[in-house]
Design a protein around this ligand. Sequence first.
Ligand code: SF4
Length: 391
Amino acid sequence: MAWDYKRYGLIPDPVHKSHLNELTGEYGCAKRFRYQRDAEFAPAADGGAPEKALNYHLACGTAAHETIARALNNVAVRERILAGQTIAEERIRATFEHELRVAADGRDIDWRDESADAVIGERIAMVQGVFATLPKYVEGIVAVEPGFIVQLEGVWYSGHIDLVYVPRGLPDALGICDWKSGESKPHPIELAHSWEAGIYSAALQRGVFLPRERVSLTRRSDGDWRGQCGAVDITRRSRWQAERDGLEDALKLIAAGNELGGQFTLEQYPARVYHVHMRDFVPYVKAGTKNAKRPEDLEYYGLEREAKVKYTAGEWRGPGWLPVHLHENDIARLAHRTRNVIGTVRMGRFIDFVREHCQRCPFARDCLTGGYSARGDELAELESNLKKAGL
Ligand code: SF4
């Protein structure tokens, strides 16, 4: 079955935040998105190329998220964290390393030119920083990484939110946050207008949620993973993919009017939205000075205006928790902006974004030398027409 881009954004093919980044983001390419989706909907008969080594960014990002999720889903550990108690570094390390092995699932991890020990040390510092700062912002946990599906102006979006919580001092309100392990901090304008925060906020207000634990996962004798939830029964190569796809398929059934059990709504616009820049919790290795000018940095260093600050070795790089200023009234504008993007997809406009990143694009050969290459049903139709024409 070929990807039907004309039906993109309907319940069977909801929009993901990662799609919007691929279509409009700094490192995105709409044409690559088209290739990716075609490959997703019409996978190669032989199962595709053997899986390569897993990029360390991806592996460590997944392991850090899973380490945090496991701690916050464990009632005793969660209570200790929210009470401001420290979780032993060895315990965090043991969980992180276990989750790293689960994420790799037998594949090698490609550490590029990095030292695995140094990268793992940084990620553990990030998780420690999240646990240490959590009590300042979070009074209670509502849901850890629940999946959601939401409709905005006729377009369906799905995904998951890292944490839904009760903000400290606001017992009747809700907050959401997202753990980020990337290098650079987004500019405040980018944060306030990001697809991500807008879609998550809309999901909280008008979407349906399903806990990820509703998907039961089992490993088959051939090594693939089976994800089951109600009428959903899927098989994927990776555990992570079986869980994510199983959850999304279950949410699609719910959106279509089915009752699966365990689904819930929250129906509140979040009073707090944070982008948690975990790299702030990786301590400086030596002393230095820097210019503090972001509002959250001014507050962190007790400044009233932009100024130079001195930091010492071992000190955190910043507060980590970056507030996202997105008001309820901004959602209509966000929906309009996303509809424009989705409109270009439904019209079949996939503009190529040729630049240095093409070197790493798996579709570069087709794209840069052969133009768009038909696949699946489209290729079959093309070949049939050529045959009929005697070519
Ligand atoms: S080769 Fe470059 S322009 Fe072509 S699809 Fe890949 S990233 Fe896009």
